[in-house]
Unconditional design. Structure first.
Lengths: 333, 333
DNA sequence: TTGATGTTTGCGAACGTTCCCAGGGCGTGT
DNA sequence: ACACGCCCTGGGAACGTTCGCAAACATCAA
């Protein structure tokens, strides 16, 4: 069996209370006693039982993260970064995915909710009412979703898009196409439309389609029909579909057409040609979302998050263009 | 506060024991009573507190999975599949990564070990002694690692490699290159060497390098020097590096040279040209590893895994060739 | 009718921890 | 010398659940 606090106590010749304090409130116990306890604990290989701790009411020390799809290459770096951040703050992260179906999301929430101190819901499919109800039951942070009264992290593409528009403009492009493959109501199209208009670039929108490779393949064949010389895709995966089909059609990227992705996933850096894309920094978003949740937890428990400065319950993450080889000067004519 | 078993008990007019049994041993309680309890529980929104459960000694209902790198595109589909399998069997999965460093792996193990019923260690960096010690303390399954006496899942590439060799042979290739980018002692090279020899194909080995995109880029320039017409890379990522550099060198794939990857990650299916690769089925490996762990847990606890047939503590996962567009006939001469 | 057997239920201890409360020791100001 | 306060420590209840034990009741054979 695992070694308990009691064994450490008798080994150190103190009571269990003192051992407990030696770990949770080190300054309330005399340094010499404390050292004796720590030594005994180390020798016995003691570490506190999280189940007992959380039963007593101390929280679980775990954050829940529910993303649409773990296998979507956009998320793994975020998960990884959040793990790192959370561990640094003494938390563990429990990840699950919703497959973008409400039923699965509810199942995932049910599976993790009792094991975590709070939940980060990424692009939740739940109704606003349900989210409010959930937020009443436990600390909640939503990402890529706006629900009044619930702490939120939002990804803003506008900076990256503006940079993309600038680059295309500078390269002499005039007519562009946006491939909309968003299944959610919040399309990236509106923001793009505005940025391009501001620079006097014509932009046609294709779709909406599903955010799949084949969508890019399909849409690529339509680009020529729009007489466009640049394509901006809903994400890197779709952009790769475009790249693929352009090659099939005997067109050269970026000589004949420029292609821009969104997300800066691994895909973008290893494609041929490498993909110019709009980057959303996974570390930043993971850190901000994690911190926001911990802060929300702290404010409900009263227990203070260790050294986190107070932030607004609304956080915006920026983006920027990562120029690579898939964009270049517009063809002469 | 959350609703407890006591409230359900008084609502249903029975004792807490009976409520507990209604959930954990349904056949020990009279059907009518049981129904009354279930109704009350549903109305109150009761669900058992996992912390209390595991404190009492019932296990945590969680499996730990430690992989080298969550962001490596090979793992997300495996994680996803294991989550699905585990949930189906009433378990949750807690994932962490080791970054292939012993210190980080130990930290990850420390962080999760008290919260899980057992651990799956993927390509562990730990010494055999440490692993044995760990296995003595909790149920353990290792993947891609052989330690006598510890349940193991091994990935066998031989079938896929044989198919690859066959295909290259049939396409008339004679001289091939293998890019070794394994940091572990167990290189994929030996198995490959054997398969190719068996078909009378010449195989030169490059490396060992790090398993990175740039490795492929670098190695590609060496292929011509070996007078080879086919490349088999340590994994898809390295293969994409080869593809990338071949394009830079003005060589066409598969016209001038054929390229084969390993793993069949998302990368392989969306590259241009799409990548012929050796597939390891993520669902199979996740299922087998998960089941093996649950079984190991059951055999130590005495608690029987729900309806899993007994398997040997050694499981081998096969592989097969996924032919795509990066392989083709050898150049005429 | 009686004893044996089986089914359904309740009581209460135990899991490992935290934290409130109280008590003892010691220094300080009067 | 006394009272007061502070620092350090120990005792013990509580968290929500499971499970061994035994009581209550029904069934059935002799």
């Amino acid at each position: 069996m695992a070694v308990t606090i009691r064994e450490v106590a008798s080994a150190a010749g103190v009571s269990v209370s003192t051992v407990s304090r030696a770990f949770t409130a080190p300054d309330q116990v005399q340094p010499t006693t404390r050292q004796r306890i720590l030594d005994a604990a180390a020798k016995l290989g003691y570490s506190p039982n999280p189940a007992a701790r959380s039963l007593r009411g101390g929280g679980t020390g775990t954050l829940g993260l529910i993303v649409p799809d773990i296998a979507n290459p956009f998320f793994p770096p975020i998960i990884k970064a959040m793990q790192a951040r959370a561990r640094h703050l003494g938390y563990t992260v429990l990840v699950a995915d919703s497959d973008e179906r409400e039923a699965d999301e509810l199942a995932a929430i049910a599976a993790v909710s009792k094991r975590v101190d709070g939940l980060i819901l990424w692009a939740s499919t739940l109704t606003e009412d349900r989210l409010h109800e959930l937020a009443g039951r436990m600390p909640l942070v939503v990402v890529n979703r706006h629900v009044p009264g619930i702490p939120e992290v939002r990804i803003s593409l506008s900076a990256g898009i503006a940079q993309a528009a600038e680059q295309l403009k500078a390269y002499g492009h005039r007519r562009c196409v946006f491939i909309n493959a968003s299944r959610a109501e919040l399309s990236r199209g509106k923001s793009i439309q505005e940025s391009f208009e501001a620079l006097d670039l014509s932009l046609s929108e294709l779709g909406p389609y599903e955010p799949r490779f084949e969508t890019g393949v399909h849409a690529a064949t339509l680009v020529a029909a729009h007489d466009a010389t640049a394509v901006i895709a809903h994400n890197d995966l779709v952009a790769l579909g475009v790249l693929h089909q352009m090659a099939n059609l005997g067109m050269s990227v970026p000589r004949d057409v420029s292609v821009i992705g969104i997300d800066d996933t691994l895909l973008a850096s290893v494609s041929t040609p490498s993909l110019t894309t709009i980057r959303i920094d996974p570390e930043e978003i993971a850190t901000r979302a994690g911190d926001l949740l911990i802060e929300t937890i702290a404010s409900t428990t009263g227990r203070t998050g260790q050294g986190l400065e107070v932030t607004s319950p609304f956080v915006e993450i920026g983006s920027r263009l990562i120029p690579r080889a898939s964009t270049g000067p517009a063809p002469a004519h």
